[in-house]
Design a protein around this ligand. Structure first.
Ligand code: NAP
Length: 293
């Protein structure tokens, strides 16, 4: 039996095993997907097991998405740009690093399936709340989107220095997109009114009593909203829809990054993409209910 898994710290809540194990089962594969919840001093050991083939592939999550770069031989282009990965595969002794969060975000943003936003980013203006790991993926996905990148990105975070660091990191690599840091809540209305897309890349909305990110009266009908929180339709998603604008949660992104990672593990499975997504979605929804997120 082949072993796969997700490596991170304090990740007992992870929904990745339910999705991947459902896909293995549906395809009749002799494989299992486990949680490797380990401290940093056990990472050497974990990746040496991966290199020896005891573990065939893994997803990487908080807080090791950047640290894992030290262990791989071949990063893909997105990993090189973002400086973070979420999937490692052992291909004949070579450890390949991938970033499928990128595809997960772009597919849900631009796709037209149920739960996708059907938004075309080229030449548009975007306001991103949050400047952590997920925001970094969002910003780079928007910049690297082909055929045409977004025109403007505004970033804000509770910790404004974090937003500034992300903006500086992006500006070093990209010169065609205007990056602005929004440090003052008073400016939110102005920026939202000029935005085509608003992305929530903060955990705000995960808990029922979270205060709103901004005054929902600023939402206008042309605005598309992508809330990365996947466990529920947050008040942001609901309020946007109530105002006649389009909004999605992070469920399709989560599913898509998992399906893309699965196809990195087992390239031949790409021909079963739709069946894999369906099996993963069913398992994910059942488990979200089960753990009562
Ligand atoms: P993170 O690294 O902790 O980054 C979140 C950032 O948002 C932090 O800098 C945080 O500041 C800031 N923040 C929190 N509340 C804020 C507010 N009200 N206004 C402005 N900034 C605020 O977390 P992450 O890994 O990027 O994840 C962010 C969210 O995306 C989580 O809900 C996660 O579940 C979701 N996510 C979804 C997917 C998916 O596939 N759908 C993938 C990745 C992440 P502090 O650190 O000071 O609190």
């Amino acid at each position: 039996m082949k072993t796969y898994g997700i490596v991170g710290k304090n990740i007992s809540y992870s929904l990745s095993p339910c999705m991947h194990n459902a896909a293995f089962k549906m395809l009749g594969m002799d494989a299992e997907y486990k949680i490797f919840d380990i401290p940093e001093n056990k990472l050497d050991d974990f990746f040496s097991r991966l290199r020896k083939g005891e573990i065939s592939g893994c997803n990487v999550t908080i807080p090791y998405k950047e640290k894992a770069l030290d262990y791989i031989d071949k990063p893909d282009n997105m990993v090189k740009a973002v400086g973070a990965l979420n999937t490692v595969v052992n291909k004949n002794g070579v450890l390949e690093g991938h970033n499928t969060d990128f595809e997960g975000f772009i597919n849900a943003l631009t796709g037209s399936a149920e739960g996708d936003l059907n938004f075309e980013p080229g030449g548009r203006s975007v306001f991103v709340f949050g400047a952590g790991g997920a925001a970094k993926t969002v910003v780079f996905s928007l910049l690297k989107w082909s055929p045409k990148a977004v025109k403007k990105i505004a970033i804000t975070d509770i910790d404004i220095n974090k937003a500034k660091r992300l903006a500086n990191f992006v500006e070093k690599q990209d010169h065609s997109t205007l990056i602005t840091v929004v440090g003052d809540r008073e400016q939110y209305n102005d920026f939202i009114s000029k935005s085509d897309l608003l992305v929530n890349a903060t955990p705000c909305g995960m808990k029922a009593d979270d205060p709103p990110l901004f005054d929902y009266r600023y939402i206008h009908e042309r605005l598309f909203v992508f809330d990365l929180v996947y466990a529920r339709n947050t008040p942001l998603v609901k309020e946007t829809r109530l105002r006649g604008a389009k909004a999605i949660n992070g469920l399709n992104m989560l599913l898509d990054q998992a399906a893309e990672a699965f196809e990195c593990y087992w390239v031949e499975s790409a021909e079963h993409h739709d069946k894999i997504l369906t099996a993963m979605k069913k398992a994910l929804i059942e488990n979200i209910k089960l753990i009562g997120l």
